[in-house]
Ligand binder design. Structure first.
Ligand code: NAD
Length: 497
């Protein structure tokens, strides 16, 4: 499929039969109000149809269905081996429809279809398979008690889980939530972003086809205020998991507190520092990784390497190398084979990115690459890879998450200075350090306040390790066995012997 031409992808896109309704209690339905919203593709700015706009009444229906399904025990009390087999089937069906799902991601949010296929869809399949494989290998514990009693420590599903996800990796961010939630026996109500609802809607019927009972997996397309908030405030939702911006994450924690103290876990934003020392093992490789680290997925990545901290003695030479690497990453039509970047998710986000670029110039940073909208003839929303050199740590572009292809380069003088600048942020999602000095690598990695730290590369990760943030990048962890903690309650059962 990676070899398909643009014309072949375009033919497949024309043949798509788009699903645009909500999925509640095992069936596609319109929103109770009959309302719909426009699904505009950022590839060309044109509408692809209208999607059901769910609101409180639909949330109510979905929660009732999810609760009923949970209480029936058909899924929640089924054996881990059964849930494993079913989720593996679900993974297989996603794999079988990989091209279609990759196309939906690309059309909905503008990423290169090749990336959607090779990364988003395949990582979602891996997430489901890994989680399914793990679930029948999780044991309980026995408390170290005196002879006359037995203390059993077990985990039980929360019940009904609401999952609110963003648009940058629509399917994958959803999979990180629904895979462990379903594996542990919960019912799920998934609220995809209004900017990218199509893949979530499509996989709902694949979940049914795999054998997940009606009501266990529901999808409610709609807006944050209209559909997300009633879910977050609902008194009969037991868990709320979220990936998105820090502002909304903080608000949702309040919703959980104001309602029924539902378990609430937030994966939020980042402004990740990528620290390059003069003794990096391979400066060329470091420069290429720095460029891909910020420009991959149009910079719309929570772990984007958005702050490049470079030791002053090599700064000019290194920036020139990053700029050179960046030139090869210009956006192309997302169906173009090997397109390194595609379109920004929508016009609003593109304008936000362009505003940050203007702020960078106004605050005195030096524009070293890009800095403008490109490919306007397509009608779509494309921004050139942009590098700002001579950024002062206090500037807006160094402080705020831009969520676009804009890199800020900051010089540092020594190790202490590098760690101070790297950690001087409200965020703590990811960080990188490049050095061939083993002790320095360990020292700096230990001091960096971030949930993921990469030494001599960027953006590694796998289902085998937890992912999440320090500080205002969030709480809780996705992926690995640690993810199960978010979807289960611990119970201690005491037996008098
Ligand atoms: P967003 O916070 O605007 O929206 C995320 C989701 O929340 C969407 O589904 C949206 O409809 C919903 N929402 C918005 N307002 C709401 C409200 N008042 N009540 C309930 N739901 C509401 O984020 P976005 O623009 O979709 O995504 C970009 C953000 O996501 C960035 O900050 C990025 O760093 C973050 N992100 C984090 C991770 C991570 O794992 N830490 C991964 C990907 C993206």
């Amino acid at each position: 499929s990676q070899k398909l031409t643009r014309a072949e992808w375009e033919a497949k896109a024309r043949a798509l039969d788009l699903h645009t309704q909500a999925f509640i209690d095992g069936a596609y339905v319109d929103a109770a109000s009959g309302k719909t919203f426009d699904c505009i593709s950022p590839i060309d700015g044109l509408s692809r149809g209208r999607v059901a706009e769910c609101e409180a009444e639909d949330v109510e229906r979905a929660v009732r269905a999810a609760r009923r399904a949970f209480e029936s025990g058909a899924w929640s009390e089924s054996s881990p081996a059964h849930r494993k087999r079913t989720l593996q089937k679900f993974a297989l069906l996603i794999e079988k429809h990989a091209e279609e799902l990759a196309l939906l991601e690309s059309i909905d949010m503008g990423k290169p279809v090749g990336d959607a296929l090779a990364i988003d869809v395949s990582a979602s399949v891996r997430c489901l398979n890994w989680t399914a494989e793990a679930i029948d290998k999780v044991y309980g514990e026995i408390a170290p008690t005196p002879q006359h009693e037995l203390g059993l420590i077990t985990r039980e599903p929360l019940g009904v889980v609401g999952a609110i996800v963003p648009w940058n990796f629509p399917l994958l961010m959803a999979a990180w939530k629904f895979a462990p939630a379903l594996a542990t026996g919960n019912s799920v109500i998934l609220k995809p972003s209004e900017k990218s609802p199509l893949s979530a809607i499509r996989i709902a019927e694949l979940a049914m086809e795999a054998g997940i009972p009606a009501g266990v997996f529901n999808v409610l397309p709609g807006f944050g205020k209209g559909a997300g908030e009633p879910l977050a405030l609902h008194m009969d939702v037991d868990g709320l998991v979220f990936t998105g911006s820090t502002g909304v994450g903080k608000h949702l924690l309040q919703c959980a507190g104001r309602s029924n103290m539902k378990r609430a876990y937030m994966e939020c934003g980042g402004k990740s520092p990528n620290v390059v020392f003069a003794d990096a093992p391979d400066l060329q490789a470091a420069a290429e990784a720095a460029a891909i680290g910020i420009f991959f997925n149009q910079g719309e990545v929570c772990t984007a390497a958005s702050r490049l901290l470079v030791e002053r003695s090599i700064k000019d030479e290194f920036v020139a190398m990053v700029v050179e690497a960046g030139k090869y990453l210009h956006p192309k039509h997302p169906f173009e084979p090997g397109a390194p970047m595609g379109a920004i998710v929508d016009e609003g986000q593109m304008n936000r990115v362009l505003d940050y670029i203007e702020k960078g110039k106004a605050e005195g940073a030096r524009l070293a690459l890009g800095g403008e909208r490109v490919m306007t003839e397509t009608g779509g929303y494309y921004v050139a890879p942009t590098v700002f050199d001579e950024v002062a740590h206090e500037m807006t572009i160094s402080k705020e998450e831009i969520f676009g292809p804009v890199l800020s380069v900051i010089a540092f003088d020594d190790e202490k200075d590098a760690v101070r600048i790297a950690n001087d942020t409200d965020y703590g999602l990811a960080a990188g350090v490049w050095t061939s000095n083993l002790s320095k690598a360990h020292r700096v990695a230990k001091k960096l306040r971030a949930g993921s730290v990469w030494v001599n590369y960027w953006d590694g990760g796998d289902m085998t390790a937890p992912f999440g943030g320090f500080k205002q990048s969030g709480n809780g962890r996705d992926k690995s066995l640690h993810a199960f903690e978010k979807y289960t309650e611990l119970k201690a059962t005491w037996i008098n012997l």
